[in-house]
Design a protein. Structure first.
Lengths: 114, 113
């Protein structure tokens, strides 16, 4: 079975540009999470979707960040405008709808804002 | 709120040494407990889990026991290999509708030949 698929794997862009990160969860998983990982802050939860509906977006750092899940097989995380401090690895994870199941992570998008 | 305390790394061990990575947590309710491992350039992946008190999770020679009375889930391995070099995350997960996971800061393990 295909795992969680993220694209692109690497993104380098200049400050002020719009950045869109994409995620395809595992088929049949009804919850999706976006995380950001940095050396300074570790792994931070940005937003959680359940059945395509945002349930917890308290971790979204600023209005420059937005996330959507238009259907069960696709989600985007957008940063507009981007800033150098947004440089990090962004992970998407999905989970089947039972609390004792593990999250399945994609390989991440390494984002560098110059 | 929920929190996790993991021993700080990096931890450097010689091959075949015994490994313990301590983890204690605070959580509301009765969480499931997970250890995830992250290899360089990859996402986190499940290492082992335990879903109720006194359960022992095990995988690839690693073990951890769900200790409700001490709210701990320490990771152990009797004989580490170079290939075990990675970052390890302890992660309690809420029971109930919102499967929020609280990740520890991660413990980097380096095993030298």
């Amino acid at each position: 079975d295909a795992g969680v698929i993220q694209s692109p794997r690497h993104e380098v862009t200049e400050m002020g540009q719009e950045v869109t990160l994409r995620c395809k969860p595992i088929s049949g998983h009804n919850s999706l999470f976006w995380y950001r990982q940095t050396m300074m802050r570790g792994l931070e939860l940005l937003i959680y979707f359940n059945n395509n509906v945002p349930i917890d977006d308290s971790g979204m750092p600023e209005d420059r960040f937005s996330a959507k899940m238009p259907n069960a097989s696709f989600s985007t995380l957008k940063i507009q405008p981007s800033e150098p401090r947004d440089s990090a690895v962004y992970f998407c994870a999905s989970i089947q709808g039972r609390s004792n199941q593990p999250q399945h992570f994609g390989d991440g998008t390494r984002l560098s804002i110059l | 709120g929920d929190s996790v305390t993991q021993m700080e790394g990096p931890v450097t061990l010689s091959e075949e040494a015994f490994l313990t990575i301590n983890c204690t947590y605070t959580a509301t309710g009765y969480p499931s407990l997970f250890w995830y491992v992250q290899y360089p350039g990859e996402g986190l992946q499940l290492l082992l889990k335990a879903t109720k008190a006194d359960d022992k999770g095990s995988n690839k020679g690693f073990e951890a026991t769900y200790r409700k009375e001490t709210t701990s889930f320490h990771l152990e391995k009797g004989s580490v290999q170079v290939s075990d070099s990675a970052v390890y995350f302890c992660a309690p997960q809420n029971s109930g509708g919102y499967q929020k996971v609280t990740f520890g800061t991660g413990t980097k393990l380096q095993v030298i030949p």
